[in-house]
Design a protein around this ligand. Structure first.
Ligand code: NAD
Length: 266
């Protein structure tokens, strides 16, 4: 039986992950973490997640509960994730990182820690989006430079980072497929007299509204036709189920940085 700690336990994703763990064989909740000032601190994690009492209080000190677990599932904030990664690496445990909004240097640090412990790091844990990460470079390459590419993502009004980590990764894999450097070709929104679209641009646009769980559309358009591919998350369960599959994978994996495509065997 794999023991998993959920960090960000009182958050939207943390609660769904605790529910999925309670319904999944071979893995159990071994600890729950949230911010030291969160109002749910000290409350039972199962009650907060509305799955019934689990006897696991939400706390804020990872070092106290790490010995009880093989893997930590982190859906919190970038600073918390990086602080926890240090403790997890020292303790030689595994980690699943679903948090988004990291700076380039933070991502490099996560990659470095992947040399010492198993880390699954993905801005999107759903099967559908990971299938798209696989297909988008091939489509972009096959259609060629005559097709303009624009990515439009929509999320709920509470989301803190923009554009989404998923949209950024979509842009990254498309740029790789077209042998482009994303930092030179990305166009994050447009405003004012920006002039004609450059042919190699990859547009990335963020919409924030209501309680949209997460929608990503990639538009390929030339003179005469458009191809639109949309992924729509119906609920957070697609991400939560992926995170739990990733935790079971990471708990048994060799030290390395894995993406979700590796976990899903794509
Ligand atoms: P949320 O704001 O509802 O939850 C985040 C939780 O983390 C909150 O309860 C917050 O108090 C907690 N937190 C903050 N500091 C902490 C600390 N020091 N220690 C422990 N917990 C701390 O946000 P959410 O919608 O659940 O999303 C969380 C993260 O997951 C975001 O970065 C989001 O973009 C990302 N996300 C990833 C995927 C994916 O598939 N990879 C899917 C959805 C969301």
């Amino acid at each position: 039986m794999i023991g998993a700690i959920v960090s960000g336990a009182a958050g939207r994703m943390g609660q769904r992950i605790i529910r999925v763990i309670s319904e999944t064989e071979g893995i159990k909740l071994a600890g729950a973490l949230d911010h030291p000032h969160h109002k749910s601190l000290g409350r039972d994690a199962g009650e907060v997640a509305a799955v019934g009492r689990l006897g696991i209080p939400i706390q804020s000190d990872i070092d106290k509960i790490l010995p009880q677990a093989q893997v930590v599932i982190e859906f919190s904030a970038p600073e918390a994730t990086l602080a926890h990664l240090d403790s997890i690496s020292k303790a030689g445990k595994a980690m699943v990182i679903g948090t988004t909004g990291f700076r380039a240097e933070d991502q490099a640090y996560i990659r470095k820690q992947g040399e010492y412990i198993p880390v699954v790091f993905s801005p999107n844990m759903s099967v559908g989006v990971n299938m798209l990460f696989q297909l988008l470079p091939q489509i972009a390459k096959s259609l060629g430079h005559d097709y303009d590419i624009e990515i439009v993502e929509a999320h709920h009004r509470f989301k803190k980072d923009a554009p989404s980590g998923t949209a950024l990764k979509m842009a990254q894999v498309i740029a790789e497929g077209r042998h482009q450097n994303l930092s030179e070709t990305a166009c994050y929104g447009r405003h004012g007299v920006v002039g004609e679209r450059k042919s190699d641009e990859i547009g990335v646009h963020a919409v924030r509204a209501g309680d949209i769980v997460g929608t990503h559309t990639v538009l390929f358009s030339c003179l005469g036709e458009s191809l639109e591919i949309t992924h729509r998350a119906h609920s957070r369960d697609a991400f939560a189920r992926g995170a739990v599959v990733a935790a079971k994978f990471a708990a048994r994996a060799q030290p390395k940085l894995y993406d979700m495509q590796a976990v899903l065997g794509f």
